[in-house]
Design a protein around this ligand. Structure first.
Ligand code: MG
Length: 362
């Protein structure tokens, strides 16, 4: 069985970082995004704050009046949601470009399932690439965790914030979890931690060593799940909502490929397999894209959208061939991938071959 490779990406103090990026004068200052503090009389709460503000004890969810008390000299800003949404959109579309299944869980957080084209050996290089691309494109930092389940990936991304990168392989998982405080587990709050502490349980390892009956007395039906997470056996992946929006294939070459015939052969096989899957799902694809990675983990992507959704293998192959010709620089290929996205269920009856030609050839 192949191990799951789940990535969790969380932008660092997102709203505050966007504000600092757009106004460099704020750099290094305590910045608090939230309600108007009105000289300490304001109502409402802190939405996000910069790491500098955190050193004053300010944190999100805290009453804004309390934040003002702790640091009256902080820069207090009202949230500019449109600006944050714009930054979020470009980050998420960058992640979608990279490929794999993605589940966006909030404006600045997403999970990705990279099981099909990563190994735990090359995972950290790939994560570093993603962080670098976001930094180059959006001038923002994020923390990334990679692990065999969504819960562990989230623990990993939290582990070294800000600007962190933590990979926990299945092999290292039990040892990694064992010394961590119980509060590290998402969903275990201060209240549960207090109850556990009174039972002499302070680390995740303590949970593993505790009889399940004792846990059941405290957590009822949640005990089994908690014990599973603590012991490192959880393997929950993405929670897919609704029908799949994309399908993809990729191929990592054991030795970097340079022979065009070999590369084209693999591309054509992947396209055939995608076309077959589309037929099985009774779906069509609006967009097809190619991804080429070189030995330095630099990834190039390019996609094209059709006027009419497509699943015909010949058309997909023709399109992929021209995308390949457009973006391949002739350098050795480490990984190549094809992705069909914008999947739709359609009645195919009235479609003719001509309808399926891409924009630029119609
Ligand atoms: Mg965040």
């Amino acid at each position: 069985m192949t191990e799951k490779i789940i990535l969790h990406l969380d932008m660092d103090s997102f709203y505050a970082s966007v504000e600092v990026r757009d106004n460099p004068d704020l750099k290094g200052l305590p910045v608090v995004i939230g309600a108007d503090p009105l000289e300490g009389k304001g109502r409402g709460v802190v939405s996000t704050c910069s790491y500098e503000a955190r050193t004053f004890g300010i944190h999100s969810g805290m009453p804004i009046s309390r934040a003002f008390e702790l640091c009256p000299q902080a820069v207090f800003l009202k949230p500019d949601m449109r600006k944050y949404a714009r930054a979020s959109e470009s980050i998420m579309s960058l992640l979608r470009e990279i490929g794999g299944e993605i589940e966006q869980v909030s404006i600045d957080e997403a999970y990705m399932d990279l099981s099909s084209y990563l190994t735990y050996e090359n995972a950290s290089g790939h994560a570093a690439d993603i962080k670098q691309e976001i930094l180059l494109q959006e001038k923002l930092t994020c923390s990334v965790g990679i692990a065999p389940s969504r819960t562990y990936a989230k623990i990993a991304s939290e582990y070294q914030k800000p600007n962190g990168l933590t990979v926990i392989s299945p092999f290292d998982l039990p040892g990694f979890l064992s010394p961590l405080p119980v509060l590290t587990i998402p969903g275990v709050g201060k209240k549960s931690a207090g109850v556990l502490a009174r039972a002499g349980i302070s680390t995740i390892g303590d949970i593993v060593r505790t009889d399940i009956q004792v846990l059941q007395e405290i957590f009822g039906s949640h005990a089994v799940r908690l014990h599973e997470i603590a012991s490192g056996t959880d393997r929950e992946g993405l929670r897919e909502s609704g029908p799949r929006k994309s399908i993809s294939r990729d191929r990592t070459f054991l030795e970097d490929a340079i022979d065009t015939t070999v590369i084209m052969e693999h591309l054509n096989l992947m396209v055939l397999s995608l076309s077959h899957e589309l037929t099985e799902r009774r779906m069509y694809s609006r967009t097809i894209g190619i991804r080429i990675r070189n030995r330095n983990f630099i990834t190039r992507t390019k996609s094209v959208s059709f006027m009419q959704p497509v699943r015909d293998a010949r058309i997909l192959q023709k399109t992929i061939n021209s995308l390949f010709a457009e973006i391949w620089t002739g350098e050795p290929v480490r990984l190549i991938g094809v992705r069909c996205s914008g999947l739709v269920l359609l009645d195919p009856v009235q479609k003719t071959l001509l309808d399926y030609l891409p924009d630029n050839e119609a």
